[in-house]
Design a binder for this molecule. Structure first.
Ligand code: PEP
Ligand code: MN
Length: 363
């Protein structure tokens, strides 16, 4: 895996070294007064805690005949509101015409919506329309949990020369019923950070939660992961919003949420903090041990594979598998581990085991 992304740190392109970097504003621009009043209330209540204004002008809606945004006419309303607040402003763009209109109206930052990031054609067209333009672009994760697709979008913008890039984690769509509108699946942005530590990551608890009650906890989780900032939807009259009413908060509530967040230092090295160093050393020893044991387990699996081959037995034995899971769940319970975790762990180990046995069977 090569880390081929040339990206400037958030603080270099924003000119601010604040943590967290917060973007707030309504889901959509609905009218000149609605956006002006919302933005002025945001700076009144959350002055110094919000660094950029957001609002949608063109809204990608799941079903037709929903409010699809006021369109280009709303760009000057949005820009003026942000100017009155003394803040830069960002807007979602989904095609080159949106880009042109946003640039004409001196929008400071562009973002790519989740429904656009999934389409390499759309992303490439937008990137091509920005060739030679020096503007920051924030890329929301694709609606499906595909890290490569997300990184691919970063690469497309990078390849036309843009270096002021970042991502927004807004969760992933799922057919399963859940309290979240979009599943957080934190392991995906965590893996993005592991592979590309230079990419700024903001978290959007509004679209993740889909409900205003969930915003504080999700924002706190984002901070606990050590990510760089937040994008939160705020509306002067949330219940009357024309889009995403359930997940928007008043500017006053936004200020309370930001005030209550516990923000700790990301990426502390354990040098100089002896107890942290000792605990990490113990974790490393346990991890080594677990990996050694797994290697040994796979060796035994291969021996079983030879026996199965000699006796014409199928690799997957459903009764045995059911027994393994049952034992592990019972054992996990005594160690305080959730069923969900034990099941996932067993499935991963089992898959690897089947792969090893398959290799033996093929011989
Ligand atoms: C939005 O930010 O209003 C939006 C449409 O978000 P997403 O692309 O994450 O669905
Ligand atoms: Mn929205």
């Amino acid at each position: 895996m090569n880390n081929n992304l040339a990206i400037e740190p958030l603080k270099d392109w924003s000119g601010l070294s604040v943590h967290p970097f917060v973007i707030a504003g309504p889901c959509s621009v609905e009218g000149e007064d609605q956006v002006m009043n919302t933005v002025l209330e945001i700076v009144k209540h959350a002055a110094g805690k919000v660094q950029m204004i957001r609002a949608g002008i063109w809204k990608p809606r799941t079903r037709p005949n929903s409010f699809e945004g006021v369109g280009e006419i709303g760009l000057p309303w949005l820009k003026n509101a942000a100017l009155a607040a003394g803040l830069p402003v960002c807007v979602e763009v989904a095609n080159p015409e949106h880009v042109e209109a946003a640039l004409k109206n001196e929008i400071d930052v562009l973002w790519i919506g989740a429904r656009t990031t999934v389409s390499p054609f759309a992303v490439q067209e937008i990137a091509d329309s920005l060739k030679g333009v020096d503007i920051p672009v924030l890329i929301k994760n694709p609606i499906n949990p595909d890290l490569d697709l997300w990184v691919g979008a970063l690469e497309r913008f990078n390849q036309v020369g843009l270096r002021k890039l970042g991502v927004i984690h807004r969760g992933f769509s799922s057919y399963q019923k859940s309290i979240y509108r979009n599943q957080p699946m934190w392991e995906i942005p965590i893996e993005l950070r592991r592979r590309y530590p230079q990419v700024p990551i903001l978290v959007d608890p509004s679209h993740m939660g889909g409900s205003r009650d969930l915003i504080y906890n999700l924002a706190q989780q984002g901070m606990d992961m050590g990510f760089d900032g937040l994008m939160i939807e705020s509306h002067i009259q949330p219940d009357k919003a024309w889009s995403d009413a359930k997940q928007q908060v008043t500017p006053e509530r936004l200020a309370e949420i930001l005030q209550a967040l516990v923000v700790r230092q990301p990426n502390v090295s354990s040098n100089g903090l002896q107890p942290l160093y000792d605990l990490r050393a113990r974790i490393d020893r346990i991890d080594d041990y677990i990996i050694e044991l797994l290697g040994e387990r796979m060796g035994i699996s291969e021996e079983i594979g030879s026996l199965k081959k000699e006796n014409s037995l199928a690799i997957h034995q459903s009764e045995r598998w059911a027994q393994i899971v049952k034992r592990a769940l019972a054992k996990g319970k005594t160690g305080g581990l959730t069923e969900e975790f034990i099941l996932k762990l067993c499935q991963q180990v089992h898959n690897e085991s089947i792969r090893h046995q398959g290799k033996v069977m093929e011989k």
